[in-house]
Design a protein around this ligand. Sequence first.
Ligand SMILES: *Cc1c(COP(=O)(O)O)cnc(C)c1O
Length: 424
Amino acid sequence: MAPKEWYNILPDLPEPVPPMRKPDGSVVKPEELEVLFAKEVVRQEFSQDRWIPIPEEVRNTYLEIGRPTPLIRAKRLEEYLKTPAKIYFKYEGVTPTGSHKVNTALAQAYYHSKEGTERLTTETGAGQWGSALSLATALFDIALRVYMVRISYEQKPYRRIVMETYGAEVVPSPSPYTQVGKKFLEQDPNHPGSLGIAIAEAIEDAVTHENTKYSLGSVLNHVILHQTVIGLEAKKQMEALGEYPDVVIGCVGGGSNYAGLAYPFVYDRLKGGKEVRFVAAEPKSVPSMSKGEYRYDFGDSAGLTPMLKMHTLGHDFVPPKIHAGGLRYHGVAPTLSILINHGIVEPVTYSQEEIFEAGRIFAKTEGIIPAPESDHAVKAAIEEALKAKEEGEERVILFNLSGHGLLDLKGYDDFLHGRLGSHL
Ligand SMILES: *Cc1c(COP(=O)(O)O)cnc(C)c1O
């Protein structure tokens, strides 16, 4: 069941991904990205090879952390909804850090260790990406400094403790370790920080230190192709049950967990003419897929990364503080943006109230408390199952449960006690 290759969608897209550009319009050369990223991931970023071998060392760590993750049929949820549809979910919450993010963290850490990188930097908001990279760098013996948005550092200590337990150095951002950080601290010694500032600090740190590079957890093509291990496993697991999905569902922040599950099935539709639908869920208050413009924009809110052509709300968009922290991103992966433009992926949006209600139903029927991000996928799966009931049609639904919510219980608490705020 464990795949030996990742799937790269670049050669199969209905149109090529527009090149990355600098603010002056010039095209970014791959070599220029090597200042920040591992050479091999830069090669993968632009590769036109459909299948990319998973190095044995990475594959072994996938097995060690519990891959293949389970494919589970949500029978009690089906019964609760009285739907003729079959609902399957791929459960990424069983990894040690509780989400899919470790799939790319392990690959990136491996390539860095092979290329002699001694230290990595990254940013983290609520801490999911930081936790995954902390584990991966521990396994591949690389030092890591995580710039964690100060307000999260202070208010959400648990993921910081996870990262520190794995041996990462976690500093609240803005920090005194970078010029950018110092500038913000001078303005306000208690600055709450932002993801944009944390990114700027992590990048500055990487480019000003010997043997130090930077690692990103979503949006870019190399990240997405590492995540296809989810969909490739799911396809085999469904095959073993004699099933094939009619609809593939997931939640989208930058797009990596959804693309990871969906792209191997998108391949079947694009190349094999399979009739399969794709539904991607996002928060009503951060509608980058459904309301974002398709244009060039920075990948980060600080305006430091190259510009990508994607659906974007603008890199200066300030997302409301919804509990699904991983979905508070202004853009969408360029490959996913193209699939949306071609009507292959259908975006849907839900409010916080709706997604937590879906999460509560899922917890009561299936026993797993999903991450608030994943609740968006649960909600979309429930909607599809109810549509199947209305239409009196059997239907096979597959969705990605990208993570568990055991470190995000504050959101459930606010939902259960009517404190979510109605506008979100
Ligand atoms: C980070 C995260 C997401 C959103 O990121 P994508 O790149 O869109 O997958 C979704 N679910 C969980 C559990 C996350 O940690």
